[in-house]
Design a protein around this ligand. Sequence first.
Ligand code: CP
Ligand code: NVA
Length: 309
Amino acid sequence: MTSHCLSLEDLSKDDMLYLINLSQEIKQKLEKGEEYKPLKGAILGMIFEKSSTRTRLSFEVGMKRLGGDAVFLSTRDIQLGRGETIEDTARVISRYVDVVMIRTFEHSRIELFAKYSSVPVINALTDLLHPCQVLADLFTIREKLGSVEDVKVAYVGDGNNMANSWLIAAGVMGFDLSIATSKDCAINGFILNRAKDLAKNSGANIIVIEDPVEAVKGADVIYTDVWASMGQEEQREKKHVLLKPYQVNKELIKHAKDNFIFMHCLPAHRGEEVTADVIDSEHSVVWDEAENRMYAQLAVIMKLIGRDR
Ligand code: CP
Ligand code: NVA
């Protein structure tokens, strides 16, 4: 594992399995109410350039539960929002805290921050990737299905930061991934090529197609996400037309395995990318998935700052 966590490509398959095991250990200890404070005295800086419910809460509450603390920094309030450079912001913030998480727009912003930060930096979502979400999702899949290697994941919907993160995860871990999206909501070509390169080693079978039924056939996991991501609001109407055939509904799920699980990073829009009778069904694991964000991110922080031993 490198000194930052900007992409799941920063992790090896062994790192991912290690972090999943550590997530499980943290969850068990917290559920049992054990005195467990491995992050005592550690402080996380949290820079948000976009909105958040789950990411903010899971990082902030998680730090406090394990004995550390967190400082919320919105670009509406800090000088970064008034033109102080990313380089200077990184140099300064990293003098005060032990680890930083950032939610921002262009991926190059977090890469630049990481270059000038003297402490580890974690990607809490960029326009390109959302690695913490997929790490928590892999933990949830293992919890529910017993494996993260011998599964078929079907991602149905927009070719966005979640789709990209699934591609990299499959490339590293070696599970099968079918993505169904409109050719006009195309997947990032660079990410797809990286995933296919990684798959040569891991054995992942990665398919990107237009037919959602074909993608979902025999799937253990059906995953979807909003049709218009944060920062893409002006594309909302266009995406709604293009992605209408990609709604996860009662008809589509008939093609998955009988015991498939439905996942969504949330926030969800019932009646758009998923119908209420799917997200609120017994197949849906979205609430456990949201909870697991906390354990997975704590595992990443513990590993990055050497508190996991
Ligand atoms: N899934 C996720 O990252 O949710 P928030 O946008 O609420 O943080
Ligand atoms: N693709 C979505 C994910 C939200 C967690 C977005 O970027 O808005």
